[in-house]
Design a protein around this ligand. Structure first.
Ligand code: ATP
Ligand code: MG
Length: 368
């Protein structure tokens, strides 16, 4: 991947030729390392992981930011461009043609992110975990996106009826049936996806005693005995008065969750921070590999501040996962020495950042 950044955060201009395997971006605090990851994420995913206000990413005193990436995809060169103005105007280009929806680009560039905030996967609410597995599913199962859009339309209709305080009528019975049908289809895809993820995850974590009996359990969002549409239909009707009171639908795949347990205990209440970080990496690497194996997509894995909170043993586990990855990896660290000893057999693109200036270096920090 080649990335060109213009007026992005503290970076005035840079053209970066990344290694297809692993890239290590080093520099002092505040130099611009996370900004490089943010630019890759923004281009691939359409939004930042640090702000919802696009103008915050435009360099101070400048009117617009421009990002341009060239990515090898299915033996083709994919060219992606983004320009954002201070007045909110956004322009996207894919292979020179204007595109309107960021989903057109995001569907081609699966990107996964690990930052210190990613612990929300364990400590946050069910939404964090749904976003995690649904993102994977979106890349692995082409029918998921349309199904999800359809489900949300149905849900919106039913919620509008509930909000207007209408008592049970024929409209509800129509939308309930639609909701149950799409819900079951979503649950089936999710279940299949988690089973595939589990298969890839097992060998990764097998050498780690603390994660030996890890369990991933998908909770559908309603009481689901045998994936029976009738079950959800009945429950929607039984729960109707309660839904009417709160003004929205309380059962369905919009409430799904992934229970992550070790030895029968929820990992957020049981594992240490370091152990959780190892598990986080294992889950993200497994997801990346699953996305890679299911199509011609080249996943990108962005890792901000890899070394923090990890002892040498945990770092060894994490680098053993990265050894088996089929993604292009981008790692930030203060010092290259925190990472390089663990990746001596991988071809690493090394970058040094200082006050927004980025140079490619050799392992001794010399400019190349
Ligand atoms: N819109 C902007 N224009 C100019 N500079 C900005 C803008 N937004 C942020 N900055 C500055 O850009 C710098 C780069 O921040 P970044 O978070 O990328 O640093 P970092 O190398 O990841 O640091 P750390 O090691 O502390 O995580 C910071 O000094 C920040 O103050
Ligand atoms: Mg940073």
């Amino acid at each position: 991947m080649q990335l060109q950044l213009t007026e992005f955060r503290n970076i005035h201009s840079a053209v970066l030729q990344f290694s297809p395997t692993m890239n290590l971006i080093c520099g002092e605090n505040g130099s611009g390392k996370t900004s490089v990851l943010e630019a890759v994420y923004l281009l691939a995913h359409g939004r930042s992981f640090r702000t919802t206000k696009a103008h915050k990413m435009i360099k101070h005193q400048q009117s617009q930011l421009v990002l341009h990436g060239k990515v090898n995809w299915a033996q083709q060169l994919l060219s992606v461009g983004m320009q954002r103005d201070r007045n909110g105007e956004l322009q996207l280009r894919l292979n020179g043609e204007k595109v309107l929806r960021i989903a057109d680009i995001a569907s081609l560039l699966p990107v996964q992110l690990i930052t210190p905030e990613s612990f929300r996967l364990f400590f946050g609410g069910p939404k964090e975990r749904r976003q995690f597995f649904d993102l994977g599913l979106f890349h692995v199962e082409p029918s998921f996106y349309e199904l999800w859009v359809l489900f949300n339309k149905v849900l919106k209709q039913r919620n509008a009826l509930l909000k207007s305080k209408q008592q049970y009528n024929d409209s509800y019975s129509f939308w309930d049936q639609q909701l149950a049908d799409t819900a079951i289809a979503i649950q089936e895809l999710r279940q299949k996806y988690i089973a595939q993820l589990d298969l890839i995850l097992r060998p990764l974590i097998q050498p780690i005693a603390a994660l030996a009996d890890l369990e991933l359990e998908l909770v559908p969002g309603w009481i689901c005995k045998k994936g029976d549409t009738a079950e959800l239909l009945v429950q929607l009707q039984e729960n109707f008065q309660s839904d009417l009171k709160v003004g929205y639908t309380q059962l369905g795949p919009q409430k799904a969750d992934l229970r992550i347990k070790v030895g029968g205990e929820y990992v957020d209440e049981f594992l240490s921070r370091g152990q959780l970080k190892v598990l986080l990496f294992a889950l993200k690497v497994a997801q990346s590999n699953l996305i890679f194996s299911s199509g011609h997509k080249q996943p990108l894995l962005l890792i901000d501040d890899l070394a923090s909170e990890l002892d040498e043993q945990s770092k060894r586990f994490i680098f053993s996962f990265l050894h088996h990855i089929n993604s292009q990896v981008f790692i930030t660290a203060i010092e290259a020495a925190q990472v390089l000893p663990h990746v001596s057999d991988t071809e690493v693109g090394l970058f040094h950042v200082e006050h927004g200036q980025i140079v490619r270096t050799d392992e001794h920090g010399r400019r190349t």
